[in-house]
Ligand binder design. Structure first.
Ligand code: FPP
Ligand code: MG
Length: 289
């Protein structure tokens, strides 16, 4: 009986899935990172290199993301975060911004279909950033995806769009101030308005009304997930480009030369082995902090 292409494809998928299971069970003997963040750089260079149309580099980038998600969740990495679009990216050519946004909307809608990876793996999706800056259709797709996956808890994918770290920090500081002001107003109302002068004179009371790290921390967009253990930026660039600055104090950084659409299992394995080599040292560092 002739073996058709589909059967060969299936066979290949089964063999590579078995191969991955073997590698992951060896890796799982050591500590596995709980959160990996990716700066998906090099999509346009990839489309040049492969003689593709401009937008096809980003399309290939999305497929690479789906594969990477699958590998990470198989390995037991519960939290994945990706930098999909920075606030600075709005300064790119309008045609490019528009086509990227269109792709984003198409892929978000794909992500929440019944048979999608998000549903199969039980992934909760968050979109993090200044979502007001997105066009209405993209924003409503993003919001729909967040609502539809809100009941999932096996794994978490955070997609940073219209995001920069400085914007996130400013937003968190503003929210903290507002929260503090509300508290003060409530207290003043309880004290029948008479105590304001007394409160300002009293040094101890005044300190209680200052904003601290925990206040700001709790208002970060990324407060819903633990800090990343690892940030990977592809295409050989070493800059953080305003990504997770607040959250990366104790984070390992990797910069493989592969362009984002070229990233694969070997990069993940390498990074996790290196994480395991650094694990005890990092744990000690976190304790001291
Ligand atoms: C950076 O490469 C990549 C982006 C600006 C966009 C990445 C977005 C995706 C892969 C789609 C994600 C979609 C969802 C729904 C999560 P670059 O354009 O800077 O390429 P270059 O460095 O080669 O110029
Ligand atoms: Mg780039």
């Amino acid at each position: 009986e002739a073996v058709n292409g589909k059967q060969v494809g299936h066979l290949f998928e089964n063999i590579s899935s078995f191969f991955r299971q073997c590698i992951f069970s060896v890796l799982s003997v050591g500590p596995v990172p709980s959160h990996i963040a990716f700066i998906m750089d090099g999509n346009r260079r990839y489309s040049k290199k492969q003689n593709l149309l401009d937008g096809d580099g980003h399309r290939a980038g999305f497929s690479a993301l789906i594969n990477m998600l699958k590998y990470c969740y198989e390995l037991g990495v519960k939290y994945i975060t990706v930098y999909a679009f920075s606030i600075d990216n709005f300064r790119r050519r309008p045609e490019e911004v528009e086509s990227l946004m269109k792709l984003m909307q198409e892929k978000i809608d794909e992500l929440i279909k019944e048979e999608s990876i998000a549903n199969r793996l039980g992934v909760r999706i968050y979109f993090q950033g200044n979502l007001k800056l997105l066009s209405a259709p993209v924003r409503s797709s993003a919001e729909r995806a967040m609502v539809k996956t809100a009941g999932h808890s096996k794994a978490v994918l955070s997609v940073c769009v219209a995001y920069t770290s400085t914007d996130e920090i400013v937003h968190a500081v503003q929210e903290s101030c507002e929260e503090k002001w509300d508290e003060i107003r409530k207290q003043d109302a309880n004290n029948a308005g008479g105590n304001l002068v007394g409160r300002e004179k009293n040094g101890k009371d005044k300190d209680e009304h200052l904003i601290g790290v925990t206040n700001i921390d709790s208002h970060m967009y990324m407060a819903v997930v633990p800090d990343p253990d690892i940030i990977i930026r592809t295409s050989g660039e070493y800059r953080l480009s305003n990504f997770l600055l607040w959250q990366s104090a104790n984070c390992l950084l990797y910069s493989p030369t592969a362009l984002w659409p070229e990233i694969g299992l070997r990069h993940l394995v390498w990074v996790v082995l290196d994480f395991q080599r650094n694990y005890l040292y990092l744990k000690e560092k976190k304790k001291q902090a």
